[in-house]
Design a protein. Structure first.
Length: 135
């Protein structure tokens, strides 16, 4: 079996915003005579001294299939000896990028939250965290 001739394309535009933050748009696609697989993604990060918020949202389309969506959101905040970390991920069951990328765990929804005390430079350890959290 011979795969038909295809055109692959990738474009990423990234812009630094504020002093230490970024915003980007990504397109990846495969187009063949009777088939296509495309994904558009918006991602970025907002950072300050004590806070980081990063996000990613994507839409995928493939010929003969439903459009699929995926989203990730990370939140980190910390001051002195305390931190909070949160992570959310939702990958739709129809998020199919098999011809242009890799997305494990289709149909997955995941949330994680933890936080607690944070100790720096304790003997041989650069950092010690004692988290308490929920999955």
């Amino acid at each position: 079996m011979v795969e038909p001739q295809s055109r692959f394309s990738v474009l990423r535009i990234q812009r630094q915003i504020l002093e230490n933050s970024s915003l980007a748009i990504l397109y990846a696609g495969k187009d063949a005579e009777h088939d296509f697989n495309r994904v558009v993604d918006i991602d970025g990060a907002i950072r300050t001294k004590t806070l980081q918020l990063s996000f990613q949202g994507a839409r995928a389309e493939r010929k003969g299939a439903e459009e699929g969506y995926a989203a990730k959101l990370k939140f980190r905040w910390g001051i002195r000896n305390f931190y909070i970390y949160s992570y959310y991920e939702n990958i739709d069951k129809d998020f199919d990028v098999c011809q242009v990328g890799f997305a494990p765990w289709r149909g997955r929804k995941y949330y994680h939250l933890n936080g607690g005390p944070l100790f720096y430079n304790k003997r041989i350890f650069r950092e010690i965290r004692l988290p308490v959290g929920v999955l």
